[in-house]
Design a protein around this ligand. Structure first.
Ligand code: ZN
Length: 514
């Protein structure tokens, strides 16, 4: 059985999570669910980066102790698992997990032949926790944070990245380390081609406020947070003690897939693989890079005023996990930023989930209950005019799989959605309610094809809309020979006489039966 290890990046916990974090978690969850459905053994790892200097600064600003502050925010991230129906297998917190520090120390020692200490001067963005060269700072400001980096001069440990340009280029070009989409692969190859400079992997403990993991054998230095954080992919597998999880999910044959945002591409596609090569460990097999979400046309910032409106747990509580997932999967393109608004979430959910899908399932089940007393007609020939729907049902699985293999979530949802579109078209054409109920052959064939379509939707949508798909499957599965009485699988989110703007609270109206 193929073993697939899927990870999200572990975010800083200097604030509560926003909708941008939900994107990556939901994408990873879809891949995990889909591959489990194909019979692969999957481990889905997520977590939080607790050891960031940003957390220290944010805790100070909030007047709270660092651990208390970190704990509070990290719990909000962990709670997204339940709120968004995620199947996270292991959630690692780098300040709390007893496996993390020994694993980082072991990894550091494994790289020690590439580590050296030297004085360094550079421009450092605290927001990014990264040194920049002047050429990387348009107008002298950090491109991520639009702030002026501080000039820092200090003794640090350095990693001999320059040694790994050749092996990295080779692994990426040969596809052993696959980077998607292709534009990001080209970006990484160009960066490697421009020459790799050694990079700093520690900082003085004094500047870190005593937070972080001390360098083994040099307690005046703490391990640079990026080095520490990247190790989570291994320490969550108990790499520190070289246990069975590490052997199964990383050292063994199989897939090792990282999902990440474009802002941390270099760390994951250059620094991390070089560190792994240095330590003599296998590389990830795949890196998928997503772009960013904006909200109302503006960059989402965890600390910005109004950020609470974009908290994924609150959105899921108000509108349902399926509606939030569906917007993220259906509207965010493979390449390019996407703009989130609550109005769009509601419109997408009502239009497709309530009206398109909910109505379809409801009508089909209602017809079988009315015309056939809830008994699903036996399999017969595809009725005239049902060929496109039959084809959509048969092709959906392969198309969803092909799209997800390329991390194209929008194309994957469209492939599943084609069944709903074709089924609704078929109903309009076949007009089953005009067929005499006594015409067993024709009506049975129509109803059978339609319930097959609904069952297929329950199956194919399961990775994307796990809660709704379960409701659909329940609705399409006979109990004691009969389908359960039709009940809505989605509620409408907007009041029918919609007023502009998002509702102040969860709309009470429900019901999708058309
Ligand atoms: Zn920055």
């Amino acid at each position: 059985m193929t073993a697939t290890y899927i990870t999200t990046t572990i975010p800083y916990v200097n604030a509560r999570p926003h909708i941008g974090h939900a994107l990556e978690l939901v994408q990873a969850d879809v891949l995990a669910r889909h591959r489990r459905g194909r019979g692969e053994a999957v481990r889905f790892g997520a977590g939080t980066d607790d050891n960031s200097l940003k957390n220290v600064l944010a805790a100070k600003a909030a007047g709270v102790g660092v651990q208390e502050f970190v704990d509070r925010n990290a719990e909000a991230f962990e709670a997204l698992g339940g709120a968004l129906s995620l199947t996270v297998d292991a959630f690692i917190r780098t300040s709390r997990d007893p496996r993390h520090r020994p694993g980082v120390e072991r990894f550091w020692r494994a790289c020690s032949h590439d580590l050296y200490r030297t004085r360094y001067e550079g421009l450092y963005c605290t927001g990014c926790e990264q040194f920049y060269t002047p050429a990387e700072l348009p107008g002298g400001r950090c491109p991520e944070h639009d702030t002026v980096p501080e000039q820092v001069s200090e003794e640090n440990w350095f990693f001999r990245l320059s040694r790994y340009a050749g092996p990295l280029r080779e692994a990426i070009s040969a596809g052993r380390l696959r980077i998607e989409p292709a534009g990001r692969r080209n970006e990484v190859l160009a960066f490697i081609g421009s020459g790799l400079a050694d990079f700093s992997v520690s900082r003085p403990a004094t500047r870190a406020g005593g937070w972080g993991i001390p360098v083994p054998g040099d307690p005046g230095q703490v391990i640079y947070v990026w080095f520490d954080a990247l190790c989570n992919y291994l320490t969550a597998l108990d790499y520190g003690s070289g246990g069975a999880a590490y052997e199964r999910w990383w050292a063994g044959a199989g897939n090792r897939v990282h999902l990440l945002g474009k802002g941390v591409l270099r760390f994951h596609a250059v620094y991390w693989p070089a560190m792994l090569l240095s330590a003599g460990l296998p590389l990830p097999t795949g890196i998928f890079v997503h772009d960013y979400l904006t909200a109302g046309g503006r960059k989402i910032s965890k600390s910005a005023a109004g950020a609470a409106a974009f908290e994924p747990a609150a959105l899921a509580a108000g509108y349902g996990a399926d509606a939030v997932r569906w917007w993220l999967l259906r509207e965010v393109p493979l390449v390019g930023d996407a703009d989130f608004t609550v109005e769009r979430l509601i419109a997408r959910s009502d239009d497709e989930l309530a009206n398109g899908l909910g109505n379809l399932v409801n009508r089909v089940v209602a017809m079988i209950c009315r015309y056939r007393d809830g008994r699903v007609p036996a399999l017969g020939p595809v009725p005239p005019g049902g060929e496109d729907l039959d084809a959509a049902i048969r092709q959906a699985g392969d198309r969803v799989g092909a799209a997800l293999d390329e991390f194209d979530f929008r194309r994957a949802t469209a492939a599943a959605w084609a069944i709903a579109d074709e089924a609704n078209r078929f109903i309009s054409r076949a007009r089953p309610w005009t067929l005499p109920a006594s015409d067993r052959g024709q009506l049975d064939a129509v109803l059978h094809l339609l319930i097959r379509a609904c069952s297929a939707l329950g199956r194919e949508l399961a990775p994307f809309l796990p809660d709704a798909a379960a409701r659909i499957t329940r609705q399409c599965t006979p109990r004691d020979g009969r389908l359960p009485a039709p009940s809505p699988v989605f509620r409408r989110l907007a009041p029918r006489a919609a007023s502009p703007g998002p509702p102040a609270r969860v709309p009470a109206e429900s019901g999708t039966a058309g």
